[in-house]
Design a binder for this molecule. Structure first.
Ligand SMILES: [Fe+2]
Ligand SMILES: [Fe+2]
Length: 143
C-alpha cells in the first residue's frame, strides 16, 4: 500500500478536525518509518503505536463533543465507528506485543485504510453538517 499523505481533498472544512487528521496521518507515516528502521524496530514501533492510540482518543473525543453540541443526527453511528476502530487497533497492538510481529503491519495497513476511508465518508459528512449548522446559528443571532 502506498504511503498516505495529507492533501486538500481530505479537508472536511473544519480547521481543528483537519489539524488532528493531519497529525494522525503524520503518525501513520512515522509508524511506517519506525517499522522499517534497522534498530529497536519493535520498541520504536510500539512507542509510535501508543502515540497514535492517544492521538486518536483525543481526536474521537473532539469530534464526538462537536456532534453532541450540534445535536448531530448521525452521532450514534459515527461514534460507534470510532469505538470499533479503537477496539481493533488496541487488539492488533496486543497481538503485536504478545510476540506476533506481523500484526504491526496489519495495524499500519488497517490504520491507513481506515483513516482515509473514514475521513472521506463519515468525517466529511460531519464537516458539511458543522458548516450548515454554523450558518443556521449565525442566522438565528442576526434575526
Ligand atoms: Fe476524524
Ligand atoms: Fe470520525
Amino acid at each position: 500500500m502506498p504511503l498516505i499523505a495529507w492533501d486538500e481533498s481530505l479537508s472536511i472544512g473544519y480547521e481543528l478536525i483537519d489539524d488532528q487528521h493531519k497529525q494522525l496521518i503524520a503518525l501513520a507515516s512515522k509508524l511506517r518509518a519506525a517499522m522499517s528502521g534497522d534498530r529497536d524496530r519493535q520498541v520504536g514501533s510500539l512507542i509510535v503505536i501508543a502515540e497514535i492510540i492517544d492521538c486518536a482518543r483525543v481526536h474521537f473525543a473532539t469530534e464526538e463533543r462537536l456532534m453532541e453540541e450540534r445535536h448531530y443526527p448521525l452521532m450514534a453511528s459515527h461514534a460507534s465507528l470510532h469505538v470499533d476502530a479503537m477496539r481493533k487497533a488496541v487488539d492488533l497492538r496486543c497481538q503485536y506485543v504478545s510476540g506476533q510481529p506481523e500484526f504491526a503491519l496489519s495495524l499500519l495497513e488497517f490504520l491507513e485504510a481506515w483513516l482515509i476511508n473514514h475521513i472521506q465518508r463519515s468525517d466529511k459528512a460531519l464537516g458539511l453538517f458543522l458548516a450548515a449548522t454554523a450558518s443556521v446559528s449565525e442566522c438565528t443571532v442576526l434575526a
